[in-house]
Ligand binder design. Structure first.
Ligand code: S3P
Length: 171
């Protein structure tokens, strides 16, 4: 692949960034940086624990830290960025800084609702997942659009099909 060093997946919770990221990393023979996993490894705490104890702003600071570190890696990598990564101006500038080919994995909210589960690393979905996903999608769609070099729809597609579509659009 010519051009930007890293392949970055962005998109909503439940769209399959980590799963597709793993498949892409295997296909391309590259390391995978998964931002939520990086945060958990680095702090020795779960995303939920950080979120509940320290609050969302503290979590967002860590999110920026690991994104910038992943982008700074000299080895071409696949980066599965957490869903909220586009909220910060600094993160969006970093994503548009030339090191990354950014792919927005896009899905209809109805499909996301079926795919996400309460609990785990997604405290934003604790109360009313469907309403939360709708609100977050409306807020974030323009931001995903802003950073995306390509958009790949995941609806009605297997992981393998989505992976191939990403490879086609970025190859
Ligand atoms: C979040 C997405 C989650 C996790 C946290 C916040 C968000 O990651 O970082 O719950 O704001 O969209 P995934 O996108 O991997 O689910």
């Amino acid at each position: 692949m010519n051009g930007p060093r890293h392949l970055v997946l962005v998109g909503m919770m439940g769209v399959g960034k980590s799963t597709v990221g793993r498949a892409l990393a295997a296909e391309l023979g590259r390391p995978l940086f998964d931002s939520d996993e990086m945060i958990e490894e680095r702090t020795g705490r779960t995303v939920r624990e950080i979120w509940i104890t320290d609050g969302e702003p503290a979590f967002r600071t860590l999110e920026t830290e690991v994104l910038l570190d992943a982008l700074a890696s000299s080895e071409p990598s696949v980066i599965a960025a957490a869903g909220g990564v586009v909220l910060s101006d600094a993160n969006r500038s970093a994503l548009q800084g030339g090191e990354a080919h950014v792919v927005w994995l896009r899905s209809e909210v109805e499909v996301l609702v079926d795919r996400v589960r309460n609990g785990g690393h997604r405290p934003l979905l604790d109360d009313d997942p469907e309403a939360a996903l709708r609100r977050l999608f409306d807020e974030r769609a323009p931001l995903y659009q802003e950073v995306a070099d390509a958009i790949v729809s995941v609806d009605n597609r297997s992981v393998s099909d989505v992976t191939k579509a990403v490879l086609r659009c970025c190859g």
